[in-house]
Ligand binder design. Sequence first.
Ligand SMILES: [Zn+2]
Length: 293
Amino acid sequence: MTDPEQPVDPRLGLRIVDHDPQNLEHLARPLTAAMPQWDRDRYWPMPDGNNFPLNQGNKPECTGYGTAHELALGPVQILGMTPSYAHARYLRNVQEDRKMGRRFTGGATVAATMRAAKKDGLITGYVWNLGLSDTLDALTNVGPVCLGTTWRSDMFQPDGDGRLRCTGSDAGGHFWVLAARVRNHPKFGAGCWMVQTWGPRWGVGVKELNLTSGCAFVVDDDLHELLAAHGESVIMRDFYEPPQRAPFHAIRGARTFHRAAHATVRRDQEFGSFAEAIGSGLRPCAICQPTET
Ligand SMILES: [Zn+2]
């Protein structure tokens, strides 16, 4: 019989069941509520170069490697993310946990990871998303999202087409990064692409993320469940800029979409491309006549 708190895989960390109470002092919601939130597909790509995805090996260093991935992914791509950089981040995260009186082997907490990144000047701050809707708003409008959740036994390999099935028994805790929001994937429906830190032989490629492997798709229902089960969700930024406008937009519930030039009453949904707008079942507006280019 293994202790349920002990991870069954050396790449996972301890499951930290309780949120750090300080999380609640820095929430994403007041920032997202202060500006319009677009509902659109969004990809935060990796920089060019073939060293991604990084590989944490058989070590519980996901917080270090995940941090390196987050920093590398857009909208601000920080270059020079290497395994040794990721390892050094992990050691700093452990150090922060120890300063907070958390002594354990194998992994580090999400709170320590954020605190270390801020103290070291890598980020100006961080805010916590409470649940699925905060997480999706942040991913769509601000940037990649860092998660600390239970890792379940069926999550060690995605399906051949990249879908991650979030079922099975609790295997431990894992720090991982969401890098894209897809509202209507043709096979899986609404969900997100995550980038794993288990090297190039895991997962599938997503060309919009500039990755030829390392990715898996998590549907909204699964993400909701993981977050509801003491999952943590945080974004490494404490200020939000107005989101960049996409070339096409629509009022939620309408049947037509418009060009940026056609001012409609509301701009609830945005589309990064003509194909995306058509793909969501909308028709081009007869007045402003959106076209492919
Ligand atoms: Zn129009």
